[in-house]
Design a protein around this ligand. Structure first.
Ligand SMILES: *[C@@H]1O[C@H](CO)[C@@H](O)[C@H](O)[C@H]1NC(C)=O
Length: 504
């Protein structure tokens, strides 16, 4: 998932009140949708498993299930993922233009590795390149009247800063598989596991002689961590040219996962994605020789401002998934009435920083700079604060400063938690996780699906990995448990069959 997109057009700030009001409305509508969906689940489940009593639903039966990975092949699947992690594909902010620079050649290495590892997939599907390294694979279905399925992942990773190398338990590009089943390395969780899972699922289906009726596309960008400007945009435009607007049955990309909490297992696809705005704070002061320093240099003043920003987080609002879980009596009471939902959200957010991030507009001071020489007072110092918002950007926190907004992004449209695509998604998930409740969720980071929003409303940002099986994406000791990787292959394998068998 993307950290800090810098490529989008600036947004007009709106008033804080309007932004907060819209976030509350969004939150309440998501809550309502969640409750409806949860109630209708047993029916989805029945469609796949015992739905034979209803001839209308025959077409919804999976072609082949369950999709279990045989134990003796665990090693092979682990090795395929580990090999992908060993090819370093870090993206940096301010990366050069594609084609100008040998800097991108590492993506040739990854492509070569994938072709070598999945000769059946690359031999049977059509491959088209976008901006040199964006890979779009097409598995043509026999019935062109059926809307296609698009499976997405990205090839690039965030960087490993040189100075953090020594803090890794295992070197980040060796992809060590430890005795407990963890694979360690940069990009293993975000998002090479999903990339390899998509290819593995296709490979398994090819091996089984599966012939899709519905066309499947695999879309693998290479600059997602830098904003997806080169590849995702081009691939989305290409699909729009072929099929037109609102023409894709379902898109699956990275995002949510399987969560445990409140006495329940939750299959939690992200059905929405926060927007972001980057606010640049610039302090311009007279320079001079540092032998005669003022009380505060520009950097000193900026530091004081940054501390103030961090000490004043914006308020928290509600979006709740806890309706059907075993929950604290106090929280349950707060959830009973709409007017106390904000208090419920506050309750959750205070106890869990992850909930706090999802329930509120977040802010993070991510970049700071200033000063050029040890003996010269800095004339300029700047910091960039990244805000993530549910619907409208907050404004006003930094009104005492000269501001600019270098990039940002709209919040995504929300995937409906009902309708054909939702039913197939939920039924597949319940098939593999019978005890889980499938509930819509909100992604705190951005994904390449941002470029695909006009192709379908049915965008599910999800990988069938338990939260406890993937840790530290974007930081030191990123790792993923092999069980999670295998489960996500099995889930994609099942989903592809169900989507193929489904008739609108
Ligand atoms: C989607 O369509 C809207 C309306 O035409 C347009 O403004 C927007 O740029 C499109 N988004 C993408 C990602 O293509």
């Amino acid at each position: 998932m993307r950290g800090l997109p810098l490529d989008e057009r600036p947004r007009n700030p709106t008033s804080l009140k309007v932004a907060l009001f819209r976030m509350i409305v969004l939150a309440l509508s998501l809550f309502t949708v969640t409750a409806l969906v949860v109630v209708s689940h047993d029916q989805h489940f029945a469609i796949l498993h015992t739905g034979r009593t209803n001839p209308r639903d025959f077409h919804r039966l999976p072609v082949q299930c369950p999709a279990q990975i045989p134990g003796q092949r665990r090693g092979m699947y682990a090795d395929r993922l580990r090999g992908a992690v060993r090819v370093r594909t870090e993206t940096f902010d301010g990366a050069p233009t594609v084609g100008d620079d040998a800097w991108y050649d590492k993506f040739y290495d990854l492509e070569a590795y994938l072709v070598d590892t999945f000769p059946d997939v690359f031999g049977s599907l059509q491959l088209k390149h976008f901006a040199t390294h964006g890979l779009l694979l097409t598995w043509k279905g026999s019935d062109a009247s059926l809307q296609p399925l698009v499976l997405m992942a990205h090839q690039d990773t965030v960087p490993v800063p040189e100075q953090t190398l020594s803090r890794w338990t295992h070197p980040p590009f060796e992809a060590v598989l430890d005795d407990d089943g963890w694979i360690w390395g940069r990009g293993v969780a975000d998002c090479k596991s999903l990339l390899v899972a998509h290819l593995s699922a296709v490979s398994e289906l090819l091996k089984a002689g599966f012939k899709p009726k519905r066309t499947v596309h695999l879309s693998f960008g290479f600059d997602e961590e830098g904003g997806g400007v080169h590849s995702a945009r081009a691939m989305a435009a290409h699909l729009e040219d072929i099929y037109g607007l609102d023409s894709i049955f379902m898109i699956v990309d990275e995002g949510g996962g399987i969560q445990e909490g409140f006495g329940q297992t939750w299959v939690a696809p992200s059905t929405g994605e926060k927007g972001s705005v980057n606010i640049q704070l610039s302090v311009n002061v007279p320079g001079g020789h540092s032998s005669i320093p003022p009380a505060h240099t520009g950097i000193g003043i900026l530091s004081a401002i940054v501390s103030t920003v961090e000490a004043n987080p914006p308020p928290v609002f509600t979006m709740c998934l806890a309706e059907h879980g075993t929950i604290d009596a106090a929280l349950k009471k707060l959830l009973q009435h709409e007017r106390t939902w904000p208090a419920a959200a506050q309750w959750m957010a205070e106890r869990n920083p992850g909930d706090a991030a999802r329930l509120s507009t977040t802010q993070a001071v991510d970049i700071i700079g200033g000063g050029v020489k040890v003996n010269a007072l800095p004339e300029e110092a700047h910091a960039i604060v990244n805000h993530r918002f549910g619907e409208e950007p907050p404004a006003g926190e930094a009104r005492y400063l000269r501001l600019s907004t270098p990039g940002g992004a709209e919040a995504s449209p929300v995937t409906p938690a009902k309708g054909n695509a939702w039913e197939v998604f939920a039924a597949t998930s319940r098939h593999l996780y019978p005890d889980a409740i499938v509930a819509p969720y909100l992604t705190t980071g951005g994904t390449d699906t941002r470029s695909f929003v006009n192709l379908t409303r049915a965008i599910f940002r999800f990988q069938a990995v338990r939260d406890k099986e993937r840790v530290n994406a974007h930081t030191v000791d990123e790792r993923l448990h092999l069980d999670g990787h295998l489960n996500s292959i099995a889930w994609v394998h099942a989903l592809m069959q169900n989507v193929d068998a489904f008739r609108e």
